[in-house]
Design a protein around this ligand. Structure first.
Ligand code: NAD
Ligand code: IPM
Ligand code: MN
Length: 365
């Protein structure tokens, strides 16, 4: 059978430093498990490309990506040369929308060997998923400015909640919860203050919930939900949230597990009509870029999620070597977090490339 085609887009800043480590580990996994992966490398979707050309991507970007099976993505953003909304709406957010990646799946997990900033928490206590709506909601380009430059200036930005958009992410989250041991879904809301869209979101959640009588739910306003991520993270199993709330929760959750440098994400088009995109939760981290100290594990774990996704029936039946490779990479991450070395975000002195090497070595064994 033909190889899986993977588009590689490192982007900016530490995206360019963690990507080689992700590819290093994927190569080790491919050798060990006999995976058939083919890469297409692109330098665009970066602020460097913008500086040269005045746009984030070539006009024909879609034709390069849409016949790939997956996109492996570093991080985009270099606000010193390109405003963030220009760089992100010109790349990552465009991919999520144009490729209808309506699920952003973000695991939150406390590992052994990682100091937890919350008191008295050990590995196993924090182990849940944030399911983030990824194509609409508070992230919209609908709105505008009036009376610009005057003291009557008005800026309006709409949120968009469609029935299809709400139902499909809610159904995905219920489905996921129904397959887990605890079968519990937390629904993030803010229907007390955001008085049109959030009551609608709640209403759709109640409606979709009828299809899943085996799943228990609780609905929490985003403010107290954030507090409970810190106070009682052990109570969560699957958490579903709108685009913005999910964005915030998916930095907060990993922060509660020691560092955002571990957190991966899968931007999924579950229908598999378009390529899905796998990337760390974190950004380009200009404050540490160029120093070879970024933690590459979020990138590496995202690569494992990509293999899991590729292995699950893209070409018919599930392909076990890909699922095994996912499990082996996660196991290698577990081992390296226990035995070290660690990057500075975890209190260590190791470099980005040393972590990639250590992980590859453990994986190859
Ligand atoms: P950021 O995630 O880049 O960095 C936040 C903090 O976390 C920084 O102190 C950084 O050093 C640290 N950090 C992040 N990743 C780390 C890692 N792997 N190892 C160790 N420490 C790490 O968020 P920001 O500073 O708000 O954004 C910087 C730029 O990245 C902006 O342009 C922003 O728009 C962009 N961004 C892009 C993405 C993406 O491409 N998916 C995500 C978030 C932010
Ligand atoms: C993320 C990022 C993006 C988002 C930014 C860079 C637009 O923070 O992937 O979490 O808000 O979705
Ligand atoms: Mn974010």
């Amino acid at each position: 059978s033909r190889p899986f085609r993977i588009a590689v887009l490192p982007g900016d800043g530490i995206g360019k430093e963690v990507m080689p480590e992700g590819l290093k580990v994927l190569k080790t996994a491919a050798d060990k498990f006999g995976l058939n992966l083919e890469y297409r490398h692109f330098e665009w979707a970066s602020c460097d490309y913008y500086a040269q050309t005045g746009q984030m991507m070539p006009d024909d970007w879609k034709s390069h990506l849409q016949d790939c099976d997956a996109i492996y993505f570093g991080a985009v953003g270099w606000p010193a040369i390109v405003p963030d909304h220009t760089s992100l709406y010109g790349s990552l957010l465009k991919f999520r929308r144009e490729f209808d990646q309506y699920i952003n799946l973000r695991p939150v997990r406390l590992f052994d060997g990682v100091p937890c900033p919350l008191a008295n928490r050990k590995a196993g206590d924090i182990d849940f998923f944030v399911v983030r709506e990824n194509t609409e909601g508070e992230y919209s380009a609908v709105g505008g400015k009036m009376f610009e430059g005057t003291d009557r200036e008005i800026v309006l930005q709409e949120s968009i909640f469609t029935r299809i958009g709400c139902d499909r992410v809610l159904r995905f989250a219920f489905e996921m919860a129904s397959r887990r041991a605890r079968k519990h879904l937390t629904i993030a809301t803010k229907s007390n203050g955001i008085a049109i869209s959030m009551p609608y979101w709640d209403e759709r959640a109640a409606e979709i919930g009828k299809e899943y009588p085996g799943v228990t739910t609780d609905k929490q306003h985003i403010d107290i939900l954030s507090a409970r991520f810190v106070l009682t993270p052990d109570r969560f199993d699957v958490v579903v949230a709108s685009n913005l709330f999910g964005d915030i929760l998916s930095d907060l959750g990993p922060a509660c597990t020691g560092t955002i440098g571990l957190a991966p994400s899968a931007n999924l088009n579950p229908d598999r009509k378009f390529p899905s995109l796998f990337e760390p939760v974190h950004g380009s981290a200009p404050d540490i870029a160029g120093k070879n100290i970024a933690n590459p594990i979020a990138m590496i774990w995202s690569g494992a999620l990509m293999l899991d996704y590729l292995g699950r029936g893209l070409t018919g039946a599930a392909q076990k070597p890909y699922l095994d490779a996912h499990d082996a990479i996660v196991k290698a991450i577990e081992d390296v977090l226990v035995q070290g070395p660690h990057t500075p975000d975890l209190g260590g002195k190791a470099s980005t490339s040393q972590i990639g090497d250590a992980l590859s070595k453990v994986l190859a064994k």
